[in-house]
Design a binder for this molecule. Structure first.
Ligand code: MRU
Length: 347
C-alpha cells in the first residue's frame, strides 16, 4: 500500500517523491516552514496532495503558537497561511484548501486559540478524507467510459501520490477499469523535465500490477497515428470557467495530437479544480521552475555548462480540445461547465 502522507504524534511524514522509484523514504516535518519547503521543493506534488499537505502544515504551525493573546494568535496564523499560499501558484487546490482553513479562523473569531487549533485539525482531516471519496466517485464515472482492452495514454502523475493517498484522478480511473477486469494497457508518457510519468506513474502502476508501457513524450503522436492509443486521460491543476485547463507542461501538445488523430481527450478532476473567478485560461498563473530541472537529468548535467533553459511547469489546453471532464459529479462537457459549476452552483 502506498501511504504518501502520514501524520502521527505532531510529526508530518511525507513520502519523498523526489527519490522515487529507487528509494522509498519519508521526510519528517516538525514545523510549518519545513512543510512549505517540502511543497516548493516537490517532496510532495500533485494538485490535491499539495492542498492537503498545506492544510496539515497550517495545523502544525498553529500548534506552535502561544495561546495567551487571541489577536496575536490569529495574526500569526494568517502569516502561516500566507507562506503556504506562496509555495506553488498554479494548482487551485492549494489556495482552495487554504481558503477553507482561513474560513475557520474567520468563523471562529470569538473562539479561544485552543478551540481554533482543534477546528483547524478537523478541517484539514476533512479535506484529506473528502479527497479520497471524490477520487472514488471520479473513478466510478471515468471507468464507465473505458472499453475492454483500451490503450490509454496518461501524463504526469495523477495517482495516489498526487492525491494524498486516494485512488487518484486520471490514474484512479485506470486503476478502477483494471479492477473491473477491462484489461487496460497504459501508455505512460515520461513527462520531461521532472519525469513524473517515468518515476512515479510507472511505479504506482507496477505496485498495483496494472500493465503499462513507458514511452518518451515525443512518441505519443506517432503512436496515436498508428492507432495504438484509444484515449488520453490527464489530470488538471486549475480549470477556467470556459473549460481551459492548466496542467503539466506538455498536456497541450498531447491534446492537439489527439485532435489531429481523432483520439478522445479527457480531463479528470474534482469540481473544486474549477476556478470560478477565472474566465479563461490566459488568467491562470503559471509556475516557472528552476532551469536546472531542464539542464540536468536526475542531478546529472546534460547540457553544456551555462546553458540557459526555459522551465515552464504548466501549460494551458484550450477547452475546444477537451472531449469531456470527468468529475465526482459525473461527466461534464466543456460547454456545460459554466452552467453546471459556475459561481451560482458552487456550494
Ligand atoms: O508539478 P506537479 O507534479 O505538481 O504537477 C502535477 C500535475 O500536473 C497533475 O496532472 C495535476 O496536479 C493533477 S494531480 C491529480
Amino acid at each position: 500500500m502506498i501511504d504518501p502522507i502520514i501524520y502521527q504524534d505532531g510529526i508530518l511524514r511525507l513520502l519523498d517523491q523526489r527519490r522515487l522509484p529507487t528509494q522509498r523514504v519519508y521526510l519528517e516535518c516538525r514545523d510549518y516552514q519545513q512543510v512549505a519547503r517540502a511543497i516548493r521543493d516537490m517532496v510532495v506534488r500533485g494538485a490535491p496532495a499539495i492542498g492537503i499537505t498545506a492544510a496539515l502544515g497550517v495545523c502544525l504551525g498553529a500548534q506552535e503558537l502561544p495561546e495567551e493573546d487571541p489577536a496575536f494568535f490569529l495574526q500569526q496564523l494568517q502569516e502561516i497561511i500566507g507562506l503556504m499560499r506562496s509555495t506553488r501558484p498554479t494548482a487551485i487546490n492549494l489556495s482552495w484548501a487554504l481558503d477553507r482553513m482561513e474560513e475557520i479562523c474567520k468563523d471562529e473569531e470569538g473562539l479561544s486559540p485552543p478551540l481554533i487549533k482543534e477546528r483547524l485539525w478537523q478541517e484539514a482531516l476533512k479535506i484529506w478524507q473528502e479527497e479520497k471519496q471524490i477520487n472514488e466517485a471520479i473513478a466510478h464515472w471515468g471507468a464507465g467510459l473505458i472499453k475492454k482492452g483500451d490503450k490509454i495514454l496518461t501524463y504526469c502523475n495523477t495517482g495516489t501520490l498526487a492525491t494524498g493517498g486516494g485512488l487518484g484522478t486520471a490514474l484512479g480511473i485506470i486503476k478502477q477499469a483494471y479492477r473491473e477486469g477491462k484489461d487496460p494497457l497504459v501508455m505512460v508518457s515520461e513527462t520531461r523535465p521532472y519525469l513524473q510519468g517515468a518515476r512515479l506513474t510507472a511505479w504506482e502502476l507496477k505496485e498495483e500490477g496494472v500493465p503499462h508501457r513507458l514511452i518518451t513524450d515525443n512518441m505519443a503522436g506517432f503512436l496515436m497515428q498508428r492507432g495504438k492509443i484509444d484515449l488520453v486521460l490527464v489530470g488538471a491543476d486549475r480549470i477556467a470557467l470556459n473549460g481551459d485547463v492548466a496542467n503539466k507542461i506538455g498536456t497541450y501538445s498531447l491534446a492537439v495530437l489527439a485532435r489531429e488523430n481523432q483520439v478522445p481527450f479527457y480531463v479528470a478532476a474534482p469540481t473544486s479544480t474549477v476556478d470560478v473567478r477565472i474566465a479563461t485560461g490566459k488568467d491562470i498563473p503559471l509556475e516557472e521552475r528552476p532551469a536546472q530541472e531542464v539542464t540536468h537529468l536526475l542531478e546529472q548535467q546534460i547540457a553544456p555548462p551555462g546553458t540557459e533553459a526555459i522551465n515552464l511547469a504548466f501549460d494551458i489546453t484550450p477547452h475546444h480540445y477537451i472531449t469531456a471532464f470527468i468529475t465526482e459529479k459525473g461527466i461534464i462537457l466543456p460547454s456545460q461547465l459554466r452552467l453546471k459549476l459556475g459561481p451560482q452552483n458552487i456550494n
